[in-house]
Design a protein. Structure first.
Length: 267
């Protein structure tokens, strides 16, 4: 029997949204969302300054929106799980979702609140299974060019536009900052290492999708996922999102490479 769920494993700005939105567009491959990004203290995804916790450089912080206190998420673990199971499914019963490495502690913490009788173990794999309700197909999306990924992240965290074309007004205020990009490079490399170490420790072999392959062969990749779910690969649509990178991103990438070579910044 084919699996009835899938989970895209990634880090921010890796191309995962490109994949899940194309899967959503099939109408039969779940309603994939980034369910595990919301902080229980604010009910919001991490805000710009929270990505730079511990960074005291005011030349970076001045470029980021101030924090919003938000409201605590007080939903019991069972209601939280049931909501995710319900909202992530299409009528045919297929569930889809997305999980970033930095979100795994949040997932583990929320699952720890479930009754013992509703848990299959204590590790991440068990937590995923206990939320989804079955063992999902795991798809690892990653971006080999981490500098381009970090530049994309730094631009998005300033503009707070994470999909589609940047807003021209907000994007005009975004500034290049080598130190900020260096911080993001280090963070993203740690996320990638976290996934790869976990795959090795758990003996997990996900469907591996590097960003260049995804971008050039999106319909084929979506078809492969559909096939793994026992669905018709011919339902894979044409690409539904545009690539966000543009000349400005390319210029920042080249500028950072030069700064990194000169100043010994992480690459």
């Amino acid at each position: 029997m084919a699996p009835s769920a899938y989970l895209v494993l990634a880090s921010q700005r890796s191309g995962s949204t490109l994949l899940v939105e194309s899967l959503r567009a099939t109408g039969v491959a779940g309603e994939p969302q980034e369910f595990f990004q919301y902080l229980p203290t604010t009910s919001q995804s991490p805000q710009p300054r929270q990505w730079f916790a511990g960074v005291g450089d005011e030349s970076i912080l001045r470029l980021l929106d101030p924090l919003d206190e938000g409201k605590p998420d007080i939903a019991p673990a069972g209601i939280w799980r049931d909501y995710i199971r319900t909202v992530g499914r299409t009528p045919n019963g297929v569930w889809g979702g997305k999980l970033m490495w930095n979100q795994t502690p949040l997932l583990l913490d929320r699952v720890s609140g479930l009754p013992e009788s509703e848990r299959s173990g204590t590790g991440l794999l068990a937590a995923i299974r206990d939320v989804v309700g079955s063992d999902p197909v795991l798809i690892h999306v990653y971006r080999p060019d981490v500098i381009s990924q970090a530049v994309s992240f730094w631009r998005a965290v300033q503009t707070r536009v994470w999909r589609g074309r940047p807003d021209p007004v907000r994007d005009a205020r975004a500034e290049y900052h080598a130190g900020a990009i260096a911080h993001v490079v280090t963070m993203l490399r740690a996320q990638d290492e976290g996934w790869r170490n976990w795959f090795a420790e758990e003996g997990v072999t996900p469907i591996d999708v590097p960003y260049p392959v995804l971008w050039r062969n999106l319909t084929q990749v979506v078809g492969d996922v559909l096939e793994a779910l026992g669905l018709d690969r011919r339902l894979a649509p044409a690409p539904v999102l545009e690539r966000q990178a543009d000349q400005r991103s390319d210029e920042w990438v080249e500028r950072y490479k030069a700064d990194a070579a000169r100043e010994g910044l992480p690459v």
